[in-house]
Write a protein that binds this ligand. Structure first.
Ligand code: SDX
Length: 431
């Protein structure tokens, strides 16, 4: 028996079907609302609105649950690695040994960046923001691979596997080359080694000496990238779907996603967390100044790395990364005073009613910077690392949009609150 929701408006009754997802999530299917009643639902920020059906990632914000294609993030963190999880997120199943090898080989094959694109990297000012550079360079992939970016879903989907591998591999390589450019270092070139080892080589090798990552470093980078692989309809993923819904190719859609991720309330938060922790350290503060300022309610003083649009409980990724911090530091024989500050801040906030009453807990960004810093990655590259990790999620969502034969262009409505009709005023009669 189809469950329905009854809406009574202006002495009319409208019965709307109820949709139920495989995890029991419920939605009122409002697709006929405007045609039948002239009304729309208003939901600023879409926090109560489902834009799509998706089979990639499931979040339960109240219970702190995150699963990719049904696999809990805790199990993937414990047993999987980034490239395998990227395959799972994109293709829906854990790869066989043969599929994993073939995928890894495709990523290695497309690790190098064209000479012409290297010239694009060099064209940027050395002080250009890394995410501005990454967005522009990823968008330019559509110019370098026009045969994979025709803006025709049928054609582009035929080449999807190649386009996806190029996107994941090049975003990684470009991230490292952006760092080299900003540091004034000569470009490095990929080797026939694993995804994470290649990134670390590209970042840190010198002309006179190759950087060979110790296993613990590569393992820590794998964990950080894996933990960022996908996260339901977050701002940058929804942006990917929005742009893709117009028929735009994968690379162009990824460039838009990178733009969305660069915002301080989204992917830029990991940089802001480290800046906050460093300020607390430099001021020999105990964090109380930041906590009190955060309670003022202004967006610019928020406790960065805390709170989440969905989680009203611990972000499960924050738990895993938080536990990994000390392990990674111990393995590297390092210590970081910012970790102690972060742990103290977390304890203090979780005892403060302002945060407890609003169900504000640490999110993925609160601890990730500690590990990235331990790997020698500079703070201004943290959001680029987030983009490298999140590329499989964006790609999987673009593919869902492109593959949906019944899909429509994303075109939300609004409530107009501007001036009502008025007549044109000739210049001579104005002001
Ligand atoms: C990511 O969506 C995803 O899935 C994103 C992400 C992913 O993997 O893609 O998880 C990655 O973006 C994580 C979030 C990173 N951003 C930050 O850490 C920035 C700090 N956090 C916040 O700005 C905020 O928590 C958001 C943006 C994450 C969520 O904002 P919401 O859902 O719009 O929350 P809200 O504004 O409705 O807040 C509710 C209340 C408000 O107070 P009142 O008006 O009720 O008095 O909580 C307050 C907010 O002022 N609040 C905070 C706070 N976050 C929310 N107060 C102080 N510090 C904070 N961090």
């Amino acid at each position: 028996m189809q469950k329905t929701a009854l809406i009574r408006i202006d002495d009319k009754e409208l019965s709307l079907p109820v949709m139920v997802g495989t995890e029991g999530e419920k939605a009122v299917d409002a697709r006929k609302l405007r045609a039948d009643t002239g009304y729309i639902f208003y939901d600023q920020g879409y926090g109560n609105t489902g834009s799509c059906e998706s089979a990639i990632t499931y979040l339960d914000g109240d219970n702190g649950i995150l699963r990719h294609r049904g696999y809990p993030i805790e199990q993937l963190a414990a047993h999987s690695e980034y490239v395998e999880t990227a395959y799972l997120v994109i293709y829906g199943e854990l790869p066989t040994a043969e599929q994993r090898h073939a995928f890894g080989q495709l990523l290695r094959q497309h690790a190098p960046v064209e000479t012409q694109m290297l010239k694009l990297v060099e064209a940027f000012p050395q002080d250009a923001p890394p995410m501005v550079m990454l967005g522009a360079l990823v968008g330019s992939l559509a110019a370098f691979y026009p045969e994979l970016a025709t803006n025709n879903f049928e054609k582009d989907l035929k080449q999807f596997d190649l386009a996806a591998a190029i996107a994941i591999s090049k975003i990684r390589t470009l991230g490292a080359l952006i760092y080299r450019h900003k540091q004034g270092l000569p470009f490095t070139h990929p080797k026939d080694i694993s995804f994470c080892d290649n990134f670390l080589h590209l970042m840190f090798s010198e002309p006179y000496q190759d950087y060979v990552a110790i296993p613990e470093v590569a393992q820590a980078l794998n964990l950080i990238l894996l933990m960022h692989a996908d996260h339901e309809q977050n701002c940058s993923t929804s942006t990917t779907r929005m742009v893709g819904s117009s028929g735009a190719n994968l690379f162009t859609s990824l460039s838009a996603a990178i733009g969305a991720l660069s915002g301080p309330l989204h992917g830029g938060a990991n940089v802001a967390v480290m800046q906050m922790l460093q300020s607390i350290h430099d001021e020999h503060d105990d964090g109380s100044r930041f906590i009190e300022a955060a309670k003022g309610g202004s967006k610019s003083n928020r406790l960065m790395g805390f709170g989440h649009a969905v989680y009203r409980n611990f972000d499960p990724r924050a738990k895993v990364i938080g536990q990994a911090c000390q392990v990674v530091l111990n393995k590297l024989g390092k210590s970081d005073p910012l970790l102690d500050i972060a742990q103290h801040l977390e304890q203090a906030a979780l005892k403060d009613d302002y945060f407890v009453s609003r169900k504000l807990y640490p999110n993925v960004d609160f601890y990730s910077g500690i590990i990235l810093r331990a790997l020698g990655i500079p703070t201004n590259m943290f959001t680029v690392m987030f983009a490298i990790g999140r590329s499989p999620g964006w790609i999987a969502n673009w593919r869902e949009v492109a593959s949906n034969a019944k899909g429509r262009i994303y075109r939300p409505r609004q409530i107009y609150v501007g001036p009502v009709q008025r007549d044109y005023v000739p210049m001579a009669k104005r002001g």
